[in-house]
Design a binder for this molecule. Structure first.
Ligand code: GTP
Ligand code: MG
Length: 203
């Protein structure tokens, strides 16, 4: 796949601002700081088009990037959910978060008939969090195709790749290894696999 044009269409704070032209859409989900914006920058071959942040939880909008005038990449959905609850893993906000988490994504899934597939970004260095697992199961429940992207692969020594991959397969209960892409925005590992995955849906 060749990236010819990219355009940030809108940084939406509410549903009424989402694009309505029905182009195919791919959504990124993943907790704060997992590397969503870096992933987008890698995919569109730019250094800092999607703003990356050293401070977790900075991005608080749902950004729609239109690529080749053909499809959308939606960035930072979980951060939108995360807005009121920075560090959503903390027990004190868990119940309220889960309520919110369910409601907003449910609305999104209901209204986005153009949604093709979700990239679930997980930090390759760690075991998936409870919320990562919850999100994966949630998407599966709604029959949304999911591609698991393990980020920051450059930070894990090659010796541990298979081990860490196995942990993710086990925790998410994946059927086969093909559901997983090992990705690094530093080395660009996995970039072509991401393109291939998107292209499957563009016909
Ligand atoms: P929020 O929008 O704040 O939720 O974060 P995000 O998920 O968009 O993450 P972002 O792309 O801003 O990256 C967070 C930090 O991780 C930044 O310091 C990035 O430089 C770093 N980072 C992201 N991807 C990688 C990667 O593949 N390898 C390494 N080594 N660092 C990465
Ligand atoms: Mg971001």
């Amino acid at each position: 796949m060749k990236i010819n044009t990219i355009e940030l269409i809108i940084s939406a704070v509410r549903e009424s601002q989402y694009p309505t032209d029905q182009k195919k859409e791919f959504l990124l989900v993943g907790r704060s700081n997992v590397g969503k914006s870096s992933f987008i920058n890698s995919i569109i071959n730019r250094k800092n088009y999607a703003r990356t942040s050293a401070t977790p939880g900075k991005t608080q909008t749902l950004n729609f990037y239109k690529i080749n005038d053909e499809f959308y990449l939606g960035d930072d959905y979980m951060d939108l959910l995360d807005k009121k609850y920075p560090g959503y893993g903390f027990a004190k906000v868990r119940n309220s978060l889960k309520k919110k988490f369910g409601l907003i994504i449910e609305n999104y899934l209901k209204s986005r008939s153009n949604l093709q597939m979700v990239f679930l970004l997980i930090d390759f260095r760690h075991k998936p969090t409870e919320d990562d697992v919850l999100m994966y199961n949630y998407l599966k429940y709604y029959n949304i195709p999911v591609t698991v992207v393990c980020t920051k692969v450059d930070k894990v020594s090659k010796n541990n790749h298979q081990k860490n991959k196995n942990v993710i397969i086990k925790e998410l209960n994946l059927n086969n290894e093909n559901d997983i892409i090992l990705f690094s925005s530093i080395t660009k590992t996995g970039k072509n696999e991401v393109y291939d995955e998107i292209e499957k849906y563009l016909w």
